[in-house]
Design a protein around this ligand. Sequence first.
Ligand SMILES: NC(=O)c1ccc[n+]([C@@H]2O[C@H](COP(=O)([O-])OP(=O)(O)OC[C@H]3O[C@@H](n4cnc5c(N)ncnc54)[C@H](OP(=O)(O)O)[C@@H]3O)[C@@H](O)[C@H]2O)c1
Length: 249
Amino acid sequence: MQRLQGKVAVITGGNSGIGLAAACLFAKEGAQVIITARRQEILNEAIRQIGHGAIGIKGDVASLEHHGEVAEQVRARFGALDVYVANAGVITLTPSQQVTPQEYDAQFNINTRGVFFGVQAITPLLRDGGSIILTSSLAASKVLDGHAVYAGSKAAIAAFARNWALELRARRIRVNVLSPGPVDTAIIGKLGVTEEHRPGFVQMMADMIPAGRLGEAHELAQAALYLASSDSAFVNGIELHVDGGMSLV
Ligand SMILES: NC(=O)c1ccc[n+]([C@@H]2O[C@H](COP(=O)([O-])OP(=O)(O)OC[C@H]3O[C@@H](n4cnc5c(N)ncnc54)[C@H](OP(=O)(O)O)[C@@H]3O)[C@@H](O)[C@H]2O)c1
């Protein structure tokens, strides 16, 4: 039996990394998958990779219009949905004294405001018993160099999750946070780490993780599948740390 048979799932930031791995796994488990992201070309490639009739909606989670469009497309094509994964996110690392208002706003607009208004727009379409998953970060609870703004932008969403879990209890909609440690995805390059320096950077991170390595996107996808499916039917309002034990050290 496929674990998401007959379910409709929206995954923001689904054209890369953790979001793409989750989209592939959810589709394999029987879900109708809808992914969103800004880059159309990468979105098209991802749709091909996911298969199973997945569809893509181009847009920016920082835009309220985009969330309205996603909700409208879900309503028009499928009537309702069962799973919403607010996964799109960005990171820049800067010591607090050097953070500009633009850098601050960019991270909060995408990582925090984008999650809040994405969930606000989609919630009326979620079927009773549905699942909302918010992708946070280990950085929300662990102090790491240069992470203050990113950490703040991610820490807020755990508070959203706890509030929503109670606000939505009458509809039996569960709201949980997936909190990854370092995972080997394109986000490393987006941090400004060049291909030349990537092996050294990855090794440095691996040395900080009890597991001795970075996570892989498919491992986060498995955790997302757990939170999306009835396997976690009695799990609500938690932060699931998938970090190779890094939060312990
Ligand atoms: N990898 C890690 O080590 C790690 C650790 C902790 C937490 N996380 C979190 O996990 C999530 C996924 O990260 P990842 O590692 O898979 O990174 P990734 O490969 O860079 O993927 C990020 C995704 O977010 C989308 N995105 C970014 N800004 C967007 C925006 N304004 N509107 C719509 N989509 C946007 C990107 O697509 P477009 O660029 O095409 O829009 C892409 O699909 C993020 O929330 C990240 O903060 C990652």
